[in-house]
Design a protein around this ligand. Sequence first.
Ligand SMILES: *Cc1c(COP(=O)(O)O)cnc(C)c1O
Length: 459
Amino acid sequence: MTKRSVLSKKLWKIGAKEFNTQYFDFNKEGDLIIKEGHNIYNVRYMAEKFGTSLEILMPFVIEERLEDFLDLVKDLSKKVGYNGKFFYHYPMKVNQNKEVVMALVGEGAHLETSSYNDLWLVKKMLEQETFNPNIRILCSGPKTDKYISLIDDLQHRGVKIFPLIEGPNELKFLQYSKYDVGIRLDMPIKAISHWNKPIDRFGFSTKEIIAMGSFKNLKILHYHIGSQIEKLSDVIGPVKYALDVYFKIKEKNPSLDTLDIGGGMPIPYTRSKSYPVDKLMERILKLLKHESEKRGLPMPNLICEWGRYIVAPAQITVFKVIDTKAISNKKSPAKKWYVIDGSFMNDLLDTWAIGQKWAISPANNKNDAELNDVWLAGSSCDSDDIYTGVHGTVTLPDFDSGNGEKMYVVVYDTGAYQDPLAAHHCMLSSPLKLIVENGHIVVARKRETADEVGKNFGW
Ligand SMILES: *Cc1c(COP(=O)(O)O)cnc(C)c1O
């Protein structure tokens, strides 16, 4: 057990814009609060009132982040003299929750779908007349017959929709489409990112694309090398490479006017600094300008698909500590388990899948002077359902399971990927989802009953 003085704001860098925690603070009682302008939400209060496990989604964070980002691109374009058009496309697979997508679309985001079912959501938006006709849709993922016919259907209805061709079979269907299409390049330059594998199956090689010659309506050259790209230079190298391919194929495809650089902008999950978005964006825009001017050709329009970057900080997940157990193994850096009433394997599945690290803080009891280095254990029966912290332990206030006092912990930046990946190991219910916005707290998704979870299994 480590004794430390009262935790300050230093705890997981709460209140720091560079770590996207400017929306959080601790009040005098040591409770975590969320700040939306003058509106204050007390996390402990919400945990007590609605129960845990609990997800708190903050659409205002999404709106603010996208607005800031679009303003930044506008300002930087002016500053560096980039005169192409910029389109932000939100990759829906990052988090398809309606409140997330609607917040983004409301701020001017375009969309990118990964499957027929994603695109079906777009169709649903269209039918509900919440659809802004200026929205542009990119379609990634393998194009099944169903997917292609839905693309077709929406094109006929006048939606600006651009299938991105990823394989030979799609090429047959789409190369001579009368509507605009894009093509995906399999980027040969590698980046440090979990998702950037030495060998993958996405897109066509440069050679293949050049050999394709001319398309009826090729508009977009696209690539995506991975998410959470750790080094700035790993983003820039591929942009430069892709520009070279872009100008080569433009000779035979004069309709080509847009470069789509995919996703990759990282989130500082572990609260260590990474490259700032303004620095990266400035480098990209300068490169577009420079490479175009060098060739005396118009600057390509730019698409980027940074979903994680915009939405991850917009959700936190709150668990209650329901028990503690001593870890007697002397080799363990942690001396206690804190057992939580949710599951890393179910609710934060990347913890298990890719060793995702998270910033974690208490939601209450923050004034307790006594801190423990602990490991967290989920409520499933699985030995993999644990979280051991960024540096080997998680530091949290002391929890005495005997005294009846409740203790809540908060996992930050859970807005990207964790909802769509969620599972039901041990039939545990998913967290209840709250939306906090404009001073209101709304239950968006109730906690599933045993009956509802059972239905997934035919009961
Ligand atoms: C997954 C994916 C993205 C999302 O990238 P993030 O940086 O994680 O938001 C973007 N584009 C494509 C094509 C993807 O497959």
